[in-house]
Design a protein around this ligand. Structure first.
Ligand code: SF4
Length: 111
């Protein structure tokens, strides 16, 4: 989400992702969830209640939670989540270590 620039898996995915991003304010409570979510809901990779790249994505999610000290099931303000990402992933430059194999890495790793 931090590096979203209007690209994605399909037009429906991009539209939904844009809508989700527009609803998020610093104080918006977000539920940290390591499964299908509001973004997956319009993704062509979400089939029969699961992501077709489930194992890969679960690995990214677990690595992010581990690095930030957060846990699945926690509900925190979106701004606090962004701060954790900045402090524990972006500043220590862990992004390539955590999700360097992602197909969108070129976008996220250029900044
Ligand atoms: S986790 Fe899978 S289903 Fe969800 S947005 Fe990413 S690719 Fe799509």
């Amino acid at each position: 989400m931090r590096h979203f620039e209007g690209k994605g898996y399909s037009a429906e995915f991009v539209k939904n992702m844009t809508n989700v991003m527009e609803t998020l304010q610093e104080d918006t409570p977000v539920l940290l969830w390591n499964g299908g979510d509001v973004i997956c809901a319009q993704c062509p990779n979400y089939k029969d209640g699961s992501c077709i790249s489930r194992d890969k994505v679960m690995g990214y999610d677990a690595a992010v939670l581990n690095a930030t000290g957060l846990r699945a099931g926690m509900k925190i303000p979106y701004g606090d989540f962004q701060e954790k990402i900045e402090e524990f992933i972006m500043k220590p430059q862990k992004i390539k270590e955590i999700c360097g194999a992602c197909q969108w890495a070129e976008i996220c790793h250029k900044s």
